[in-house]
Design a protein around this ligand. Structure first.
Ligand code: GRG
Length: 296
C-alpha cells in the first residue's frame, strides 16, 4: 500500500464532504461563512477524519458511510485551531501556511466562526445520513464521545491547563494531562467513533480507542519537536514559540532525546493495539510510521 496515495485519496473524500456540508460563502451572514470556509479549506492534513475512516476499514466497514463523522471531526479541530490562534490564547499570525482567521477578518469574526464550526459538527452528527444508520444507539454513543472529547474535561481542559501552565514549573503528570487532553482526546475519539459507527465489537472499539490515544499523544510530541527543529515554511506556522512562552511540553520537560524515545514508545503501543486486525489495519500501522517522519 502506498501511504501517500492513501492519504491524498482520504483528503479528497473529506474535502468533498466538507464542501457539501459547509454553508456557501454567500449565505447570510456572508462574512461568517467566508471565514469558516477560509479556515477549513486553508489546507489541513485531515488526519482525524482519515483516522476515523481507517478505523472503519479495520473493522470491515465502508469508510464513506461515516462521512458525517469525518466532517464533524474536522469542524471541531478547525474551531480549536481558530480559537487557539486568537490574541487571547496563543496569538499566532500564521496557520496552515496562511494568515490566521482573526488577521484576515477580525477577532469577533474568528470567535464566531469557531463557535459556528463547533455547532456545525453536531449538526453533521445528527444529519439524515446518521439517522439512517442501523444502530441508533451507536450514533448517540458517538455524539456523547465527541461532545465529551471537545468539552471541559478533555479538549478545553487541555487548552486551559496549557495556558495556565505557561512559564510555570510543571511535573510529568501536568504535561501528560495537557497532551492527553489537548491532542490525544480528539484523535482517540476519531478512531473510537469510527469503530463504533461501523459496528465494531466492544473489544475492537477498545483496541482502536487505545490506538488513537497513543497515536494522538505521539502526534503532539512530534508537534512539539517540530516547534523546536522544524521548518516554518513546511509547517505553515511559526516555530520556536514554545520555549519563548514557557510551554509545558515533553521536549522541554525531558529533553529532546527522551521525548523522541517516548514518542517512539507510544507509536509502538498504538501499532501493537491494532496488530490483531491484520491487513485491514495496514493504513493505521503505516500512519504510525508517518507521524514519526512527518515534517508538517
Ligand atoms: C481553543 C478549545 C481550544 C482548544 C485548542 C487543538 C488546540 C487546543 C490547540 C492548537 C494548537 C496545538 C498545538 C494543538 C495540538 C494539536 C495539534 C498538533 C494541532 C495541529 O493539528 P494538525 O497538525 O493540523 O493535524 P492541520 O492543519 O494539518 O489540520
Amino acid at each position: 500500500m502506498d501511504l501517500d496515495t492513501y492519504l491524498a485519496t482520504g483528503r479528497g473524500v473529506v474535502d468533498e464532504a466538507l464542501d457539501r456540508f459547509l454553508p456557501q460563502e454567500d449565505a447570510r451572514p456572508a462574512v461568517l461563512h467566508r471565514a469558516m470556509r477560509y479556515s477549513v479549506f486553508a489546507g489541513g492534513k485531515r488526519l482525524r477524519p482519515i483516522l476515523a475512516m481507517a478505523a472503519v476499514e479495520a473493522v470491515g466497514g465502508d469508510p464513506r458511510s461515516i462521512l458525517p463523522l469525518a466532517v464533524a471531526l474536522e469542524c471541531i479541530h478547525t474551531y480549536s485551531l481558530i480559537h487557539d490562534d486568537l490574541p487571547a490564547m496563543d496569538d499566532d499570525d500564521l496557520r496552515r501556511g496562511k494568515a490566521t482567521v482573526h488577521k484576515v477578518f477580525d477577532e469577533a469574526t474568528a470567535i464566531l466562526a469557531g463557535d459556528a464550526l463547533l455547532a456545525l459538527a453536531f449538526e453533521a452528527l445528527s444529519s439524515p445520513g446518521m439517522a439512517r444508520m442501523r444502530r441508533p444507539e451507536r450514533v448517540i454513543a458517538v455524539i456523547g464521545e465527541l461532545s465529551a472529547a471537545s468539552g471541559s474535561r478533555q479538549l478545553v481542559a487541555g487548552q486551559m491547563s496549557d495556558l495556565l501552565s505557561e512559564g510555570k514549573p510543571v511535573t510529568r503528570e501536568d504535561v501528560e494531562y495537557i497532551v492527553w487532553n489537548k491532542t490525544a482526546a480528539l484523535i482517540r475519539a476519531a478512531t473510537k467513533c469510527g469503530a463504533l459507527l461501523a459496528g465494531g465489537s466492544l473489544e475492537e472499539v477498545a483496541l482502536l480507542s487505545r490506538y488513537g490515544e497513543n497515536l494522538g499523544a505521539a502526534f503532539q510530541i512530534k508537534d512539539d519537536l517540530l516547534d523546536l527543529e522544524g521548518d516554518a515554511a513546511k509547517l505553515g506556522k511559526a516555530v520556536r514559540k514554545d520555549e519563548k512562552r514557557g510551554k509545558a511540553t515533553f521536549p522541554r520537560l525531558l529533553g529532546r532525546d527522551e521525548a523522541r524515545a517516548l514518542m517512539a514508545e507510544l507509536l509502538q503501543k498504538a501499532q501493537d493495539a491494532v496488530r490483531s486486525f491484520g491487513e485491514r489495519a495496514e493504513p493505521l500501522v503505516m500512519i504510525g510510521g508517518y507521524i514519526l517522519k512527518r515534517v508538517n
